[in-house]
Design a protein. Structure first.
Length: 402
């Protein structure tokens, strides 16, 4: 009788059963939450794909077939199926709406008899006409194209626009504000305690580097009034009209440029400050450019196939005209302490490095890599006409409306 009572009173088996059942329930819910997290991530990927498809396809209107093909192409590039895409058009108002459905197979939710999760995304974009040739140069104030590079946003900044990195981003400033979106295609870190942004996107689609090579063709003359040999320019201190220099050019005593200067080689300017006074037109160099002291740029375009190096610490830029700095294959190192700059800095295969405190830049910084954000940076929209017609008045640019 005592043995029977002891068996009845022994609860160890009941506890074990309770623990096993509880573990099964907890593990089931934990596994289900994993599937929910994956579904949320997949949904955000789908939305990003649909956004990019709508923005790209609307440029093909009113050709509905071409626009549809473009939308499906962008969906496929982002890992989804073209057969699940539907595209609607309003050719009158130039609006393109992209719908896409997708399914995600679950890993653990089968426990709850859920084998797939259905999801859908919609985006609509519209073409607008810009009001001036500063309005639609590019969608991003800062664009970094290298997928393996981390765009570092430190110091203190106010960016009244959007920022995109095809790689990662590290946003942990002393104080930072981004009015638009901060986007990274490979993820990133955003310090919400020291920075604010209209939107933070960690899985943005990779965006192709924009091509502004036509700017050179528009601004560099096809013929020149004067042709000089590089060895003969040592005593030249002023350029008027259209001048071509054959070979490397080294100006040892500063120079003033009032027209268009073409150097078929490297360009180096030395002397007292400012080594260059540039009053408009274009400076084009098939090699690299070195400004070995401070410069004064009142307007115009500076192009080089190689590096563009600004050495001086007090370079001056007008606050009433736009400028363009463009390195086709190299880097641009720019120091502009306490300056207002309007225009565009563009190095599609190189690095743009900024230096100087309290820089106010109105326009676009576009490069394979953007480095050296100044201690204090303000960025906004360029309000002056550029010397070329990218984004000129009446040109079309796309924006999401849904």
């Amino acid at each position: 009788m005592k043995k029977i009572r002891s068996l009845i009173n022994d609860e160890s088996g009941v506890v074990l059963i309770f623990v096993v059942v509880s573990m099964v329930v907890l593990l089931s819910f934990a596994s289900f939450s994993v599937d929910l997290g994956l579904a949320y991530y997949q949904k955000s990927q789908l939305q990003s794909a649909v956004d990019s498809a709508a923005l790209a396809a609307v440029h093909d209107l009113p050709d509905a077939n071409k626009a549809t093909a473009t939308a499906k192409s962008y969906i496929e590039k982002n890992g989804f199926k073209a057969k699940d895409v539907r595209v609607d058009f309003d050719a009158t108002d130039f609006i393109c709406t992209v719908y896409c459905d997708a399914e995600m197979e679950t890993f653990f939710a089968n426990v709850f008899n859920v084998s797939v999760v259905d999801m859908s995304a919609t985006a609509a974009s519209k073409l607008y006409k810009s009001q001036g040739n500063y309005s639609a140069v590019y969608d991003y104030c800062i664009f970094s194209g290298d997928e393996e590079y981390t765009l570092n946003l430190g110091g203190q900044f106010d960016i009244h626009g959007s920022v995109h990195s095809n790689g990662q981003f590290m946003c942990s400033p002393g104080r930072g504000y981004i009015k638009g979106s901060l986007e990274g295609s490979q993820g990133g870190f955003f310090n919400q305690w020291t920075a604010t942004a209209g939107k933070v996107v960690y899985d943005s689609p990779v965006i192709e580097m924009p091509d502004f090579t036509s700017c050179v063709e528009q601004t560099v003359p096809q013929s020149y009034d004067t042709i000089l040999q590089g060895s003969s320019v040592k005593n030249v201190n002023k350029i008027d009209g259209n001048v071509m220099i054959l070979g490397n050019a080294s100006f040892p005593n500063s120079i003033e440029v009032n027209g268009n200067l073409y150097v078929n080689g490297n360009l180096s300017i030395s002397g007292g400050s400012p080594v260059l006074v540039f009053n408009g037109g274009s400076i084009y160099c098939t090699g690299k450019i070195n400004f070995n002291n401070t410069v004064k740029v009142n307007s115009g375009c500076i192009y080089a196939k190689g590096d563009i190096q600004f050495t001086g610490g007090t370079n001056k830029f007008t606050n009433t005209e736009s400028i363009a700095l463009y390195s086709e294959n190299g880097n641009i190192n720019l120091t502009a302490d306490g300056q207002d700059i309007h225009g565009i800095v563009y190095a599609p295969k190189g690095t743009v490095t900024l230096a100087g405190n309290n820089l106010r830049f109105y326009g676009n910084l576009i490069a394979n890599r953007v480095a050296g954000i100044p201690a204090q940076l303000y960025m906004g929209e360029n309000t002056f006409d550029l010397p070329f017609d990218v984004g000129s008045e009446g040109s079309l640019y796309a924006s999401l409306v849904k």
